[in-house]
Design a protein around this ligand. Sequence first.
Ligand code: ATP
Ligand code: MG
Length: 291
Amino acid sequence: MTASPCRSPDAADRRASTAPPALELSGVSLWRWDAEVQRERFLLRDVDWTVQAGEQWAVLGSNGAGKSTLISIAAASAHPSSGSAAVLGERLGSVDVRQLRERIGLVEPRTARAISGRLSATEVVLTGTTGSIALQRRRVGEAERIRAAELLDRFGCGALATRSFDSCSQGERQRLLLARALMLRPPLLLLDEPTTGLDLPGREALLAAVASITDEEPEAATVTVTHHVEELPPTTTHALLLRDGVVVAAGPADAVIESAALSTCFGTSVRVDRLDGRWLARAERADRADR
Ligand SMILES: Nc1ncnc2c1ncn2[C@@H]1O[C@H](COP(=O)(O)OP(=O)(O)OP(=O)(O)O)[C@@H](O)[C@H]1O
Ligand SMILES: [Mg+2]
């Protein structure tokens, strides 16, 4: 894959967009009762976050930082305990979330585990027509079949069309799930650790596929969750850093994906470099960190 430089939508792009923000979180906290200590435990605390149409966000943070919890609110599958959250202009708590979810593309580890391995690759992609785990055949027509075939080709899975999901490699399955999530051209695409377990060519192929979404759907907003900046598509425009459920930094990618902010986010001294539009991070040796 040839990495292209990070592209921020310019002022003209923004003026052209009349879409509401893809995500608008204000003062969002989410807590669960912790029986062991007999008090609430905060998974997210006072999160303000706006994702505009056409922006490509990265969400970074350590294990347990709250990334997947944040994605579950963005996917309209969890509600804030306090604060307000609007997804695609619809305020959670006053909208039919089943309809809203049909407008959200979601790739998360649970989906791969839930889908029947007996479905063919084409059928897996077609389940994206309804965003359901099972294939609802009566909702699938010729237009959906054509779209699924196009997506299989686009993500290099054309030869897999009749293969069972079970028999596909992990990288192939991830690409199928990405194709599935794009079936309805969702204005919001959420990717929770999409490259986990992929080898280098598999990771690069998936990132190229994610980067290509901006060409086909320039108004679509994407959010990619990862632990590793190397796994970010070069089209990333913005980033949000989480630590212990709190936003450490959020804003344009160039300003946020840098050494000081990532060091705070991960609680260790990190050095970030840029190469051909991609990011590279490594822990700094303690004896060099202060220089
Ligand atoms: N239903 C729940 N009840 C109590 N605690 C929970 C619940 N769901 C998640 N947590 C806790 O909330 C914290 C944040 O979890 P979350 O899955 O959002 O983290 P994450 O940043 O996605 O981590 P990872 O990188 O490991 O996927 C974790 O400490 C987790 O154990
Ligand atoms: Mg997670």
